[in-house]
Unconditional design. Sequence first.
Length: 542
Amino acid sequence: MILTQYSYKLTIYIMHDKILAERGVGMNCKKQIVTIMTLVFLLLLMMSTTIFAASVGRVYNLNATMNGDQIKLTWTSVAGAAGYNVYVNDIRIGSVRRNEAALIGFSNNTTYRFKVAAYDSQKREGTMSAEKRFTTTTNQTLSQVKNVTVTQVNGYVTLNWSSVSNASRYQIFVDVPNFGELNIGEVTTTNAILKGFEDGYRYGFSIRACRTSSTGTINYGAKSTMKYCTIDYDKDDTDYNTGTEVNYTPAQVKNVSVTNITENSAYVTWPSVSNATGYKIYVSKNGGAFTYWGSTTARNYTLNNLVSDTNYRVKIAAYRNVNGTTYTGSYSTVKSFRTDEDNKVDTVTHLNVTVKNRNEAYLSWWPVDNATGYEVYISKSGSPYERITWTTDTTTILTSEMLDYATSYNVKVRAYKNVYYSNGNYYSIRGNFSSVKYFRTQQYNITQDSPYVSKVTGVTEYVKGTTVYLNWNRVSGADGYEIDFSVPGIGNVTLYADTNSREVGGVTGKDYDYTARIRAYKYINGVKQYGLYSDIVKFREN
């Protein structure tokens, strides 16, 4: 039992080998330090060797009550008493200053005998009170804790268990060798990490659910089955439920890939490693020693600030943090690469614009070495620039469907280069924009520019997976419809439809836009005559 003194709101404890409990969920929750209390008979022994008679009277009206696993003793004050000695089963367990004391650490359904004697300032006891017998009970209304597991690493013991319905907290009991079972504290989670054990000793562990009702009554569940483990500071970890040693070291990183190599950067990726906390990156330059470059919790890392036209090697190691210790796995296979000074695109020069047919513009520019294609951006009447088309040629036409009549435009062009991966995917490197060219379309001529069929309106798109469903309003008198469909990195593809809808597959880009515009046509004297293009719609794979 442990006796607590109400007058000072103080609990007197003995620490056993500095055992501490730390609350946490794996490595993800903040640890909570819980002092492990040794539940033993304890009181400050106030021994007296005097042979003189006590100057205080006898203790009367000793009474005992219980709430949860705590017993409270009260009695009538004795005039002139300096304090009171408390006896349990004829053993003096301590003393208090006031006429009340609280005791914990009792066994359930057990009868105990209590006595109290007052003492004077010379520590001389008066006549002992009459004996008070009390049988302990526990209000067990919660379920028993199940599925307790015990593991240990370098002296740290990790406990886990299943939650109990309606429980607000859990008491942890430790069976200490040569001492007995102790209630070491409480946690509100379903796990705890304990430390402070003696190497080579075998300890037992059990858990009990509890909660405090609205009336202040403490309700308990039955203790779990006791689980044991032997502390071994030289072992990484042992699961004492299976008897097998657990290895915290993560597996080797496999299949490292290096892509997006430019003159001063490279993108490194690898598959995830089970239970890894993160990954360490090591780099070697021109055959030199590997140096630590950085770490990440992701499965990719961008190597920046590399030197152009230089040989590099990279390797990755997974690591795992457990109880303040870092366990590092084996290095991956070394991956070599070389930064490429040629992995850049020059600026487009000598851009020229000629306006024809009132609202068409003819663009041309000088070719750029190693360019895959060119992107054309226009700004209408000072609005933000938008990419209107791309081409693999050094010329293009901004048609009447792209441009309005009597409107001012600015246009600029930049080259791009596609760098392909071994798996067929690619990324694009883009150069700087050319100088800006200004032009203005001419006034609409009502006698020459009236279309044979109306402009397509009401275009909507719906993307499902890699298929886009296009719909638009019917155009009166139209014989069919022509769809100008853009494919990133390739250019424009012409598709046709007999009705005002069309399904198009192969939309496989989540990082860039596809575009489409539609115009109606009608045969006049056997010649296909077109109306104006609809407004452009943009979409991408979802």
